[in-house]
Design a protein around this ligand. Structure first.
Ligand code: ATP
Length: 317
C-alpha cells in the first residue's frame, strides 16, 4: 500500500535520510523507532507531503506522492510531534476549522466532527476551551483533527510523549482501535509502546533503516540471546539458581523478585539456538527440574529484548 524506495533528504549539506526503503501493507500498525535525530520526523513529513524529498520515491497504492499529492493527502491523517492546537478555541470550533481546511464538504462537517469525537472519546468535551483540557485530552483532540476527513492512513509522530502512564495506556488503546480499519505509522522512542501497540517494527538510525519486521522476525534475525523465566517451589532459590546456571550454554542466571513467598523466580539467558535446535534451553531446564524433584509453577520464554536490540542496532558509528 505504501511503498518507500531509496528516499534521501538533504538539509543543505547534511544528509538526514540516506536511501530509506520500506513497504507497508494495508491494516498494519507500524512502529517507527529510532534515537534522536535518526530521521523519523523527516520521513513522516515527506510521507504526508509536508516536505519534498531530495531523491527517491514514495507511492501510495501505486500513486506517486509528488504527482498525486492532493489525492494522497486526502487519504492521510497526520498528528505532528507537537500538535498546533489553538488553545483559546473550543474543541468544536477547532475541529470545524480543520475540517474546512481539509476540504470536508460543508454539509458533512457536523457529521465528521461527531464521528471523530466519538472515535476519540471527546464527545463530552466538545464545548470546552482546548487550553483547559488535560494533556491526554489535548492529544485526543489532536487525533480527532487527524481523523476529521476520514483518512485510511494515519501518521502519528510520538503520540504519547509527555503523557502520564494512565493517559499513555488510554491513547495506546485508542490507537489500537483506530488501527482496526486503518493503516498506522507511529514514531516513538518508547520501546514498550511498540511492543504494546504495533504489528511491525521499523528501526531507523542515522538516516538508514537498520531493522524491519515483526517482533518475532526481529528476534529470529537479530536477538543474540534467548531468555526464560522460571518459577519454582520446594527449593532454596540460590540452590536452584546455581543448578540452572550450570546448564550447558547458560550465560546468565539471576534471581528476580517474586510476588509469592516460598517461590523462587529465576531468569535464564543463553545464546539462541540457530540451525539444528538440538539444544533447547526449555527442555534442558524442564529435565533439570524433574530430575531434582522441584515443583515447576511456570516456564516462560520472555518476549523480544527490544531494548537490547535497539541499543545494538543504533550504536553510534
Ligand atoms: P527526534 O526523535 O529527536 O524527533 P527524528 O528521528 O525525528 O528525531 P529528524 O527530526 O527527522 O529526526 O532529524 C533528522 C536529522 O536532520 C537531525 O540531525 C536533525 O538535526 C536534522 N534536521 C531536521 N530538520 C532540519 C532542518 N530543517 N534543517 C537542518 N537540519 C535538520
Amino acid at each position: 500500500m505504501i511503498d518507500v524506495s531509496g528516499l534521501t533528504k538533504s538539509y543543505e549539506d547534511f544528509q538526514a535520510l540516506k536511501g530509506v526503503s520500506f513497504k507497508i501493507n494495508r491494516g498494519e500498525i507500524v512502529g517507527f523507532l529510532g534515537p534522536n535525530g535518526a530521521g523519523k520526523t523527516t520521513t513522516m513529513k515527506i510521507l504526508t507531503c509536508y516536505m519534498p524529498q531530495t531523491a527517491g520515491t514514495v507511492k501510495v497504492d501505486d500513486k506517486d506522492i509528488n504527482e498525486d499529492a492532493l489525492a494522497i493527502r486526502a487519504r492521510m491523517g497526520y498528528l505532528p510531534e507537537s500538535t498546533p492546537l489553538y488553545t483559546d478555541m473550543l474543541v468544536y470550533d477547532y475541529l470545524q476549522h480543520v475540517a474546512t481546511v481539509r476540504g470536508v464538504p460543508k454539509d458533512k462537517v457536523r457529521e465528521r466532527i461527531k464521528a471523530a469525537c466519538e472515535m476519540c472519546g471527546i464527545v463530552d468535551r466538545i464545548g470546552q476551551v482546548i487550553g483547559t483540557l488535560s494533556k491526554g485530552y489535548k492529544q485526543r483532540v489532536g487525533l480527532a483533527q487527524a481523523l476529521i476527513h476520514d483518512p485510511d492512513i494515519l501518521i502519528l509522530d510520538e503520540p504519547t510523549s509527555g503523557l502520564d502512564p494512565n493517559q499513555i495506556v488510554e491513547i495506546r488503546n485508542l490507537i489500537k482501535r483506530l488501527g482496526e480499519n486503518r493503516t498506522i505509522i507511529l514514531s516513538t522512542h518508547n520501546l514498550p509502546e511498540v511492543m504494546a501497540t504495533c504489528t511491525r517494527i521499523l528501526i531507523i538510525h542515522q538516516g538508514r533503516i537498520v531493522a524491519d519486521g515483526t517482533a518475532a522476525q526481529l528476534e529470529e534475525r537479530e536477538a543474540e540471546n534467548e531468555r526464560l523465566r522460571i518459577l519454582l517451589r520446594g527449593v532454596e532459590p540460590e540452590v536452584a539458581r546455581l543448578e540452572l546456571a550450570a546448564l550447558p550454554g547458560v550465560r546468565r542466571a539471576e534471581l528476580v523478585p517474586s510476588a509469592d513467598a516460598g517461590v523462587a523466580a529465576i531468569e535464564l539467558e543463553a545464546p539462541r539456538q540457530r540451525g539444528d535446535g538440538t539444544q533447547d534451553l526449555r527442555a534442558a531446564t524442564f529435565k533439570k527440574v524433574v530430575d531434582k524433584g522441584w515443583e515447576l509453577l511456570e516456564l516462560t520464554r520472555l518476549q523480544l529484548d527490544l531494548e537490547g536490540l535497539f541499543r545494538k542496532l543504533t550504536r553510534e558509528v
